[in-house]
Design a protein around this ligand. Structure first.
Ligand SMILES: CC(C)(COP(=O)(O)OP(=O)(O)OC[C@H]1O[C@@H](n2cnc3c(N)ncnc32)[C@H](O)[C@@H]1OP(=O)(O)O)[C@@H](O)C(=O)NCCC(=O)NCCS
Length: 249
C-alpha cells in the first residue's frame, strides 16, 4: 500500500486538502489499498472534490453554476451535496450512493457517513432547516437525520435510524424514531436512566464496576421510596407510633 505521511499542519492549499482527504480514506477504510484505488474508485472522494468547487462557486455568488457542479457530482457518484452546505475537514463518505446533504446542513471535522444517509430538512422554511453534525460523528448506512437538530460530538447514529431530535456528545442512537441507547460508556434503560453497561465486551475497570453497582442500587432505592410514598394512608402505623398515640394497650 502506498503510504502518505500524515499532515502535521493545517492544509492551506487545494493540493494539501486533497492529500488530507486521501490520507483520511486510508485511515478509515481498510479496503483502500493504494492511492490509485482512492483516486479512481472512491465516489465519496470524487463527490467531496466536486462539492469544494460547487461550494466555492456558491459562496462567490455563482449560484446556478454551483448547483450545476453539484448536479454533475450527483450524476457521477449518486451523492447529492448542496453547494450551500458547510463541511469540515477530513470528511469521508464511504460507498456513497443515495446520500443527500441539504443546503443548511453543517458538518464538523472528522465526520464519517455511509451510503443512504440523509441530512434532510423537515420544513419549507428558507432558514436553517437541516442538521448540525458535531466533530467525529459516524452516521451509519441508511440513517436519516432530519430537521435543524444537533448531533453531539463523537456520537454514532445506527444503521437505518431516523433521528429527529438533538442528542448530546458521545451518544449512540438507534431505531425509529432514533433513541439514545448509550451515552459514552453508559447504557440507557427503558426508563431513560443511564446505567454503566457491565455486559459490554470491553473489560470493565473496578471504578466502573463500583459506579455501576451504585447507580443500580440508587435506582432500586428510588423505586422503593416511590412505592412507600404512594402507599395508602389507611395502612396501620408502625408499633412505635401506635404506642405513642395510645392505640396499644
Ligand atoms: C449503532 C451501532 C454502531 C451500535 O453499536 P454498539 O455500540 O456496539 O451497540 P450494540 O450492538 O451493543 O447495540 C446496543 C443496542 O442497540 C440495538 N441496535 C444496535 N444497532 C441497531 C440498529 N442499527 N437499529 C436498531 N437497533 C440497533 C442492539 O440490538 C442493542 O439492543 P439491546 O441493548 O436491547 O440488546 C451499530 O449497531 C450499527 O448500527 N452499525 C452500523 C454499521 C454499518 O452501517 N455498517 C455498514 C458499513 S457498509
Amino acid at each position: 500500500m502506498s503510504e502518505i505521511p500524515a499532515l502535521s499542519t493545517a492544509p492551506t492549499t487545494a493540493w494539501a486538502r486533497i492529500r488530507e482527504d486521501v490520507q483520511t480514506i486510508f485511515e478509515r477504510d481498510p479496503a483502500a489499498r493504494s492511492i490509485w484505488d482512492i483516486l479512481l474508485a472512491y465516489p465519496g472522494f470524487h463527490a467531496l472534490q466536486l462539492y469544494r468547487v460547487s461550494h466555492w462557486l456558491w459562496t462567490h455568488g455563482f449560484l446556478t453554476l454551483g448547483r450545476f457542479i453539484s448536479h454533475v457530482g450527483r450524476f457521477l457518484t449518486g451523492i447529492e451535496i448542496h453547494p450551500g452546505a458547510t463541511i469540515g475537514r477530513r470528511f469521508f463518505i464511504d460507498h456513497g450512493m443515495a446520500v443527500v446533504i441539504g443546503e443548511t446542513a453543517e458538518i464538523g471535522d472528522d465526520v464519517t457517513i455511509y451510503q443512504g444517509v440523509t441530512l434532510g430538512g423537515t420544513s419549507t422554511h428558507p432558514g436553517k432547516r437541516h442538521p448540525t453534525i458535531g466533530d467525529s460523528v459516524q452516521i451509519f448506512s441508511g440513517a436519516k437525520v432530519l430537521g435543524p437538530i444537533t448531533v453531539g460530538r463523537h456520537s454514532r447514529i445506527g444503521a437505518g435510524s431516523v433521528l429527529v431530535m438533538s442528542v448530546p456528545d458521545h451518544s449512540t442512537v438507534v431505531g425509529i424514531p432514533g433513541k439514545v441507547v448509550r451515552t459514552g460508556g453508559l447504557r440507557h434503560t427503558e426508563t431513560g436512566k443511564a446505567v454503566i453497561d457491565l455486559d459490554s465486551s470491553d473489560l470493565p475497570d473496578p471504578v466502573t464496576r463500583a459506579l455501576g453497582a451504585l447507580l443500580e442500587r440508587i435506582e432500586v432505592l428510588e423505586k422503593r421510596l416511590g412505592e412507600s410514598t404512594a402507599a395508602p394512608a389507611s395502612e396501620p402505623a408502625p408499633p412505635i407510633l401506635r404506642k405513642a398515640s395510645g392505640e396499644d394497650h
